[in-house]
Design a protein around this ligand. Sequence first.
Ligand code: PAF
Length: 285
Amino acid sequence: MKVIRTVYGIQNQKKKLHLHPLGFVPTMGALHEGHISLVNNATGECPLVVVSIYVNPTQFNDTEDLKNYPRTLSADLGKLGTVLRENDMVFTPDDKEIYPAADNRVFHFGNLDNVMEALYRPGHFNGVAKVVSRLFDIVQPDVAFFGLKDFQQIAVIRDLVRQKRYNVRIAGIPIVREPDGLAMSSRNRLLEPEIRKEAPVIYKTLSVASALIKDHDISYIKNFVTKTIEKSAGLSVEYFEIVADTQFIPVKTKKELKNGCRYYGCIAVKAGKIRLIDNIEFPLV
Ligand code: PAF
């Protein structure tokens, strides 16, 4: 694999190789098995893959979170070295390469701006849209791979692709979990040990709740999820919503559920100082 820092370097290398489809895996580093699964999916279908590692300041609405975000470049390159091939590239730009001038663009994503992550992380998706559109312009991929843990982010990116007419397919890749069920996340390593022990209750509770949808009201399920998780010391639920993957309008009553739609329970939990998100399908049949 080649490690490239500049836009010029990426574009030059692409021109030389001219291999398609070109797969792209954007990351913020601190790579774990979830990222490796994205990369493996990319190399499985694309003869050339670019992985970017860039901690994007514009998507952090909390300066402490940006400061504490794990940066582990040499370990990341070591991991990528075991899964990428000779021609594949790792793009490690600095801020000037991504934002040569102030980026004041404002994006609108309809209802996606009014629910779940958008309410708790104001400006976050605008920052994601800035960096992803910039990266798409630089890399010009045919397929881009994103983890389904960031469920709302994928919907935002699909909308960005539609609005900007990018000729790129967005592939959503299933969540990879720790053996105890906790969804893999770069932030897991920041959890205090006592809280890390409690964190698997999030997925366990979602799994139980997903089976309740047939026989229980939405308000009962929401109450069950919040109460069960908050029994664990240090965990507090920011939101838990059940949404269809097409609409992202939180379901309030069972009457709103439509056959043929796929519903997901989406959650954000404050685990000590660290914010964790997860989701699971709530099958209607
Ligand atoms: O999902 C992430 O890691 C980031 O939001 C992304 C897509 C790499 C943009 O910085």
